[in-house]
Design a protein. Sequence first.
Length: 310
Amino acid sequence: MVVRMQRVTKRYGDVVALDNVDLTIERGEIVGLLGPNGAGKTTTISGVYGLTRFDAGEVTLFGHPAKRIDPGIKRRMGLVPQDIAVFDDLTAGENVSYFGRLYGLSGRALTEGVSFALEFTGLNERRDQRPKSFSGGMKRRLNIACALAHRPELVILDEPTVGIDPQSRNHILESVRALNRDGTTVIYTSHYMEEVEAVCSRVIVMDHGRVIASGTQSDLKALVSDEETIDIELERMTPRVVEAVRSVAGVKECLPEGTHLRITVERDGVRLGRVIEKATGLGVEVLSAQIERPTLESVFLSLTGRTLRD
Ligand SMILES: Nc1ncnc2c1ncn2[C@@H]1O[C@H](COP(=O)(O)OP(=O)(O)O)[C@@H](O)[C@H]1O
Ligand SMILES: [Mg+2]
């Protein structure tokens, strides 16, 4: 267990930023903290990193109570803050080096760590340039590089893709996967469900300071529905095709609409190929087919009655 929070509460005056939060992060996971603005994501990870004192509850990091955390434990983590925190007057290399030293590196370990972090974030060529001239995406990548030189076991990224171009965004998502393949545990906060769907092995959904659901994506989607819909478009509709598709095991309903068949099936219970075979076996060509599955957006909608971007 890398992080464990038990019954954590944090208030700012009348605002309850965290309300009795329980969560655990296991070694090797990429956990997504998903929730709209104000849900309490940043407060949660500020607490994990020791930047915020909670009003109540317990936090354990790498098995140690967070209240008595020593610098040795802190160096096992790397925090990429939501607001970009780099020095405009230092070059990219100097920025990464500065943070590497804060995290305890020196000498050869520092030199090697800085090279690794710049290479990893695709900034090697920009090493001697100052971030003033950087695009938003390059600044975000530098912000990430600053948390990586010391090769932390746990990397916490707080909304690392806000306000950047799609190319930098993909680079960052791919970097997160690569870090994790190398054994790094990752906490990734976002209010973009597509990103969380793309990279996270487990998702913790937050709203109004509370954890409202957590589990693998398929666990969460099962909360919403145990069904999915297959839509196939046929060259022509015949009653025999409808009957044949209806007879496939796992098919709950099959409704013709013009030349489309809307087929309701048990989740993951029917292979699309079986359905297509039934139609083509009767000499009717299938022009297109698609499966509509619930998304994390629909999970959030059904739990809260609101969309993530409200
Ligand atoms: N320093 C602060 N002072 C007062 N209120 C704060 C402070 N930080 C956060 N909050 C409030 O706590 C709640 C949770 O904020 P935050 O953790 O930043 O959410 P998120 O990161 O999910 O957008 C919000 O209502 C926010 O306005
Ligand atoms: Mg935040």
